[in-house]
Design a protein around this ligand. Sequence first.
Ligand SMILES: C[S@@+](CC[C@H](N)C(=O)[O-])C[C@H]1O[C@@H](n2cnc3c(N)ncnc32)[C@H](O)[C@@H]1O
Length: 372
Amino acid sequence: MANKNLNAAKTAKKDEFYTQMADIERELQHYWQHFANKVVLCNCDDPYESNFFKYFALNFNQLGLKKLICTCFDGSPVQGNELLLDFGDFSDDPKKVAYKVEITEVRDLNGDGAVDLADVQYLLKNDKNAISLLKQHGDFRSAECIELLKQADIVVTNPPFSLFREYIGQLMQYEKKFLIVGNQGAIIYKEIFPCVINNKIWLGYGFKGGAAHFVSPYEDNATASDHKEGMIRVSGVHWFTNLEIPKRNDPIDLINKYTSEEYPTYDNYDAINVDKTQDIPCDYPGVMGVPITFLDKYNPEQFEILGMCENMDLYHLKTKMYTTEECRAAYFKKFGKKGTYDLNASGVIIKNGIKEKVYSRILIRNKHPQTL
Ligand SMILES: C[S@@+](CC[C@H](N)C(=O)[O-])C[C@H]1O[C@@H](n2cnc3c(N)ncnc32)[C@H](O)[C@@H]1O
């Protein structure tokens, strides 16, 4: 890839990460039952570049879709290439056109005996009703895109990372079913986590090893063994959804039993600390602080989520707020020098008289703790 392309990418907002077909297929295989007779919207997807469009166009008949709508954004610095991804004219002369594609059937249009990508290309070239220009830039927040959103039953895409809060907020506002890619860390955003607590958003099956390789014009910092040509490796990405999936009914196998030595109680929450999801004690009836990775295994029949350890006490679970003086004293005791240990930002356990902050924790309760 030419350097000028990389430089242009650096100055742009870093939202150009194109999802691979294999990743889409691996996740979507678990959701097929949801799509029969449904209108699917991919609203951050240039049909000529997006594998989401390609996936739904190619599986249109097998999924039994009613309609596929794709819209693309004219702000994309790489928009306007052909179905095969190619960032050739990334910085020089991007064709900035926003348009939508609407498909209500996919047939063997070229008469070669198969329904495949060639038919989709044929359709886009020959059916004037299939493609039309958008007037408002293709921004998912624009009035015309919102009209399309209203028509949709299920929204499936990888939206711009930089607008994730707004994007998911809009889906919730219009009460849409969705399956979207996002940074796993977004699950604890204060706008999103309450939806997780209320079982309105959960995590899908996920990417291999929690990381994805996206086709992208940006420079890749992955180690040589993880590097793939023309791609960028992004760790901590996941699928966010509100579509029912079998995974949600799988309980976590709990083997460990509670002991006060192994599971210390926080100094600032009425809860015990659990360092690994698989170590959740099967018999503890009270509140437990577990790592965020728990959400990947969360079964709402087995557990309820109450909140998380965080600064603002948004979930009203703190039993104490430390004073500035206490934070300074804790820092001095732990590190032997002046400073402030922000004890209010997390759960705190006391080890050998020293206050220790614990990594991010979600506070949960087992709905059916073992009693024997
Ligand atoms: C992470 S990329 C993913 C592209 C495609 N969905 C895929 O998975 O291959 C996000 C896309 O959203 C586009 N985008 C950025 N801001 C947007 C907006 N306000 N409305 C719609 N699309 C936007 C970007 O140009 C980019 O192409």
